[in-house]
Ligand binder design. Structure first.
Ligand code: FAD
Length: 353
C-alpha cells in the first residue's frame, strides 16, 4: 500500500507519524518550508491545542465534532510522541519548552516519510490508483492548508484541477483597519473589553489586550472578533472598547498614558472608545482563513465524494476556529480521523495476505 500526503504542515506531519508507527509506506509532497505554520504558531511558543473542547469556538460545527471525537486520543498521542505540555488557565496547551521548533523536530523525528519538494497541481487517476510525480498511490491526503500568513499564495490549482468546490479564502483571526486617526497611539496596548457592533447591534464580546497600530487595532481579543465579522452583512461595523472595568476619578494610573492623553484630547469616554472598522488586514497578516473545500464535497470519514480514497484534512477544509489552539487541534485531529480510515484498509490487506 502506498500513500501520498500533499502538504507537510500540522495535519500532514501528524498523519505521517501515525502511518510511520504502523509501518505504512508514504510520501509527503510539500512546497515551501516544512512545518512553516507550526513554527509561527503561538508567537513561536506553539499553542498546540486547547484542553477544553468547546464547539462554540468553531465555525462549521459539524466538522468541529471531529475534534470532540479524537481530542483525548490526540492528547495521548502527544504523550506517546513525548510532547509534554503545560496548560494555562484558559486551557491553552503549550510544549514545556515553549518552542514551536521542538514540536516540529519531534514530528519530523517520528516520520519515516519520503519527502519530495514539489507543488502538486494535479492528480491523475489510473485504474484504481492516483498518479503524482510519476508514482502511483492507493491513497492521497490533501493537507495543503490555507493562504493565511502568506503574501501571495495561489496554490489552489490543485483544487481547480480536481473540480472541487471551495469557498473563497478571506482573512480570519486578523486585526481591523480603521479610518480613525490613531497613529499617535500606535504601539500602545491596553487591557479591554472589546465588543463588535454591526447595524447598531452587539455581535460578540471578548476580553483581552488590544494593540493599537498606525491604521488599525489588533491583539488576540480583536482577532477573535474578526472571526465573527466575516459572517456579517456589514452595516456600520465598529468596535467599542471599554478601557476600564471600574469608574475612577482619575485614570492616570489605570490607562496607558499615551492612550489616556489621546482619549482626553479627543473627549472620549474611557468606557466607550469607538473604533469604526473599514476592513480587516489582508490574508498575509491573518492566522487562519475563512473558506476552503466546502462540506458538501466531503464524506463523514473526510474522503472526497468525487474521488474514492482521496482524503482532505486541516485548514484546506472550510472550517476555522478562534485563537487558543483550536486550529492546530483541528488539523491534528483530522489527521487522526484520516489515519483510522487508511489503517482499516491496511488491516484488511494484511488479513487478505
Ligand atoms: C502567524 C500564525 C500563528 C498561528 N498561531 C496558532 C496558534 O497559536 N494555535 C493554533 O491552533 N493555530 C495557530 N495558527 C493556525 C495554524 O497554524 C493552522 O491552522 C495549521 O497549521 C494548519 O495546518 P495544516 O496542516 O492544515 O496546513 P499548513 O500547516 O499550512 O501546511 C500546509 C503545507 O502544505 C504546503 N502546500 C500548499 N499547497 C501545496 C501544494 N499544492 N503542493 C504541495 N504542498 C503544498 C504548504 O506550503 C504547507 O507546508 C497560526 C497561524 C499563523 C499563520
Amino acid at each position: 500500500m502506498n500513500v501520498a500526503i500533499i502538504g507537510a504542515g500540522a495535519c500532514g506531519l501528524m498523519l505521517s507519524t501515525i502511518l510511520s508507527k504502523n509501518g505504512i509506506k508514504h510520501t509527503i509532497f510539500n512546497t515551501g518550508k516544512i512545518g512553516n505554520k507550526i513554527l509561527a504558531s503561538g508567537n513561536g511558543k506553539c499553542n498546540i491545542s486547547n484542553y477544553n473542547f468547546d464547539l462554540s469556538k468553531y465555525h462549521n460545527k459539524k466538522l468541529a465534532s471531529i475534534v470532540n471525537s479524537y481530542q483525548k486520543e490526540l492528547f495521548s498521542l502527544f504523550t506517546e510522541l513525548k510532547i509534554y505540555t503545560r496548560i494555562d488557565e484558559e486551557g491553552r496547551m503549550y510544549p514545556l519548552s515553549e518552542s514551536s521548533l521542538s514540536v516540529l523536530n519531534i514530528l519530523l523525528k517520528n516520520s519515516k516519510a519520503k519527502f519530495v519538494d514539489l507543488e502538486v497541481s494535479d492528480i491523475k487517476k489510473e485504474n484504481n490508483k492516483y498518479l503524482i510525480n510519476n508514482e502511483l498511490f492507493d491513497y492521497v491526503v490533501i493537507a495543503i492548508g490555507s493562504p493565511a500568513g502568506y503574501k501571495n499564495k495561489d496554490s489552489f490549482k490543485l483544487l481547480d484541477n480536481l473540480n472541487l468546490k471551495y469557498k473563497k479564502f478571506i482573512p480570519s483571526l486578523v486585526g481591523f483597519k480603521t479610518n480613525l486617526k490613531i497613529k499617535e497611539i500606535s504601539g500602545a496596548r491596553a487591557k479591554v473589553l472589546a465588543t463588535l457592533y454591526n447595524d447598531g447591534k452587539e455581535v460578540a464580546s471578548e476580553k483581552g489586550e488590544v494593540i493599537f497600530k498606525d491604521d488599525g487595532i489588533s491583539g488576540i481579543c480583536i482577532m477573535n472578533l474578526s472571526s465573527y465579522y466575516n459572517y456579517l452583512n456589514k452595516n456600520n461595523p465598529y468596535i467599542l472598547l471599554n478601557l476600564s472595568d471600574n469608574d475612577y476619578d482619575d485614570y492616570s494610573s489605570v490607562i496607558n498614558p499615551k492612550i489616556l492623553n489621546y482619549i482626553n484630547k479627543n473627549k472620549i469616554n474611557p468606557h466607550k472608545f469607538i473604533v469604526p472598522i473599514t476592513n480587516t488586514y489582508s490574508l498575509e497578516f491573518a492566522q487562519v482563513a475563512n473558506g476552503g473545500i466546502v462540506e458538501e464535497e466531503i464524506n463523514e470519514d473526510l474522503s472526497l465524494k468525487k474521488y474514492k480514497n482521496i482524503f482532505v484534512g486541516g485548514e484546506i477544509i472550510d472550517i476555522d476556529g478562534l485563537c487558543g489552539g483550536y486550529n492546530l487541534m483541528f488539523a491534528f485531529t483530522s489527521a487522526i480521523k484520516i489515519s483510522k480510515e487508511i489503517l482499516k484498509w491496511f488491516m484488511k490487506l494484511i488479513i487478505l495476505k
